[in-house]
Design a binder for this molecule. Structure first.
Ligand code: UTP
Length: 311
């Protein structure tokens, strides 16, 4: 059983090698992580979230057809020179944001053999320290300090920490589901509950799910997870599942806690959630909100009632 570790996590791993089949045909040529949420790729919000939480070293696990991601986080000398020549400082700043926010490194997954397999590609980069995993299509609102809470729980208890969301019993079959200890839940810094995880299963049939608490795309992991992944055979869908490796750690007695998130989260790999993220973030922006909000009110007022045929 691992004891609480005094080492804080410093590094973040962002797997972006998935195929993005839910967003076809757009994702045939454009990685889903680069689809713009208002005017910035979803992935830029995620790198900024890692940097804000103090994780300035970021490794992206990429795959085939993902070269555009490397380009996005690279300097663009010709574009920068053109903007400088025009004296367009605000657009130049926007271009620099993507390269200045964190130190971004890349490794290839080779074959998309599952999230566990993607995380394993980070073993050499991570070394023997706790680290965070942020899924490249899972957007957490910048005002909700989920990752910071998770890092604090990991610093206190050691082991691993997983972000959880109550998705309701009717939706749990689309997620990894967890079983938790009955003990009273303790609130973390920002008020989200902290629970001890006793079991987990990837995409269970609804009637077999241990709870309606779903695993969402933020993890803080102990380096022991790499050996657990190496020992994990392909599971659901023939993929090496991170959930299966984490269950093995639970069974070995490694503390695995969950932070039950109560804030705003968008799965930008899902079309409906993507649309909600764009609208939600755009109406709150100072540059777009004042024009968009009145338009949106009129638009909604004119919408036919559900079931009625559109005009
Ligand atoms: P998803 O379950 O969303 O899979 O992966 P996907 O293939 O990307 O998308 P759909 O379901 O086909 O539309 C969750 C995260 O894990 C990464 C993905 O890039 C995404 O960030 N992933 C998944 C990998 O990096 N490698 C894999 O082999 C699988």
């Amino acid at each position: 059983m691992s004891s609480p570790t005094p080492r804080p996590a410093r590094k973040a791993v962002i797997p972006v090698a998935g195929m993005g089949t839910r967003f076809l045909p757009a994702t045939k040529a454009v990685p889903k992580e680069l689809l713009p949420v208002v005017d910035r790729p979803a992935l830029q919000y995620i790198v900024e979230e890692a940097a804000r939480a103090g994780l300035g070293e970021v490794l992206m696990v990429t795959g085939r057809n993902k070269a555009a991601i490397e380009d996005f986080f690279d300097r663009a000398p010709e574009l920068e020179a053109a903007l400088e020549k025009k004296g367009d400082q605000s657009r130049l700043d926007a271009v620099h944001e993507s390269t200045d926010v964190a130190q971004v490194h890349f490794v290839r997954q080779g074959e998309a053999k599952g999230l566990g397999h993607a995380v394993l590609q980070a073993a050499a980069f991570v070394g023997d320290e706790p680290f965070a995993v942020l899924l490249g299509d899972d957007l957490i609102d910048a005002r909700d300090l989920l990752l910071e809470q998770m890092l604090a729980v990991q610093a206190e208890h050691g082991g691993c920490v997983i972000a959880l969301l109550d998705v309701g019993a009717e939706n749990i079959d689309k997620y990894g589901a967890v079983a938790i200890e009955d003990a009273p839940q303790t609130p973390a810094g920002d008020g989200d509950a902290v629970v001890r995880i006793t079991g987990m299963v990837e995409k269970p049939p609804r009637e077999e799910a241990p709870s309606s608490l779903a695993i969402i795309g933020r993890y803080v992991l102990a380096p022991e997870v790499f050996d657990a992944i190496r020992a994990t055979p392909p599971g659901r869908g023939g993929e090496i599942q991170l959930t299966d490796a984490l269950l093995a750690l639970v069974e070995q007695g490694v503390p695995v806690h969950g932070v039950v998130f109560s804030g705003r989260r968008y799965d930008t790999g899902d079309k409906l959630d993507y649309l909600k993220a764009v609208v939600r973030l755009a109406v709150e922006r100072d540059d777009l909100g004042p024009a968009l909000r009145p338009w949106l009110r009129d638009f909604v007022a004119d919408l036919p009632a559900e079931g009625a045929s559109p005009a």
